[in-house]
Design a protein around this ligand. Structure first.
Ligand SMILES: [Zn+2]
Length: 238
């Protein structure tokens, strides 16, 4: 282990609720997974990509000494859901119906594609979340309000965005990349920038949990918009 090879842990204490962000080493994409710790229970968001890192995250979660109410999977990219099979298979897992469908349809192919590179570092099969979250709804889990939204056509086809209004926190996952290069594989520059602007314009949410990199503020959303617009311009020139 050295500086480049270490996991980063950020704990934000909201006086009664803690948000723990567990970030994989930067050479492994700085995947950010989170635990919301309320009085009696834990809620996990995303599960890491590689088995040993997912298992280290699980050991951290277990070390908090409270039961896991559920795991949310933000979207259908394997760096967010492979760890569900390798480290959280005993937990109830939730996502948008559309995301669950993407994982079911594309997950086996993702395993097949990645196996030659990663071998035993990834699971042999995917686990599809069995529970659906309805967008534009909210619920209270262990005293904390969770608001669910769908973001379409940004970093992925569809992703779950969760707001925690009492904490002024938004769990943006891969809508926002914090301090790392943005994955532009889908090429939906304008829609993505518009969704980021919409989030930047939403008052009352100043603690932003990214899907890669450290938790951040709205400054990073503006950086992301500039990054995406610059990439679009450069690609047009190429
Ligand atoms: Zn990702």
């Amino acid at each position: 282990m050295d500086r480049n090879n270490s996991t980063t842990l950020v704990i934000k204490d909201f006086q009664g609720v803690k948000i723990h962000s567990f970030i994989s080493p930067y050479p492994y994409a700085a995947n950010a997974t989170h635990v919301i710790e309320t009085v009696h229970e834990l809620v996990v968001v995303d599960t890491q990509f590689l088995n040993p890192i997912a298992q280290a995250f699980r050991a951290y979660v277990d070390g908090l000494g409270k039961p896991v109410n559920r795991v949310f999977i933000s979207h259908g990219h394997p760096d967010h859901y492979f760890g569900l099979a390798s480290a959280f298979s005993d937990c109830k897992a939730y996502s948008l119906a559309g995301v669950n469908q993407i994982i079911e349809e594309w997950g086996p192919q993702m395993i097949k594609n990645q196996k030659p590179t990663f071998g035993d570092l990834i699971p042999d099969a995917v686990l599809v979340p069995q529970h659906n979250v309805a967008p534009s709804t909210s619920e209270v889990i262990d005293g904390l309000t969770y608001e669910y939204e769908v973001v379409e056509g940004a970093e992925s086809e569809a992703q779950l965005l969760i707001k925690l209004p009492e904490l002024g926190t938004v769990i943006a996952q891969d809508l926002v990349y914090s301090g790392v290069h943005i994955w532009l594989g889908m090429g939906w520059f304008e829609k993505w920038a518009a969704e980021l602007q919409r989030l930047a314009d939403t008052a009352g949410y100043d603690y932003i949990l990214a899907g890669h990199g450290l938790p951040c503020t709205k400054d990073e959303i503006h950086n992301n918009i500039r990054y995406i617009q610059t990439a679009q311009r450069l690609l047009k020139m190429a």
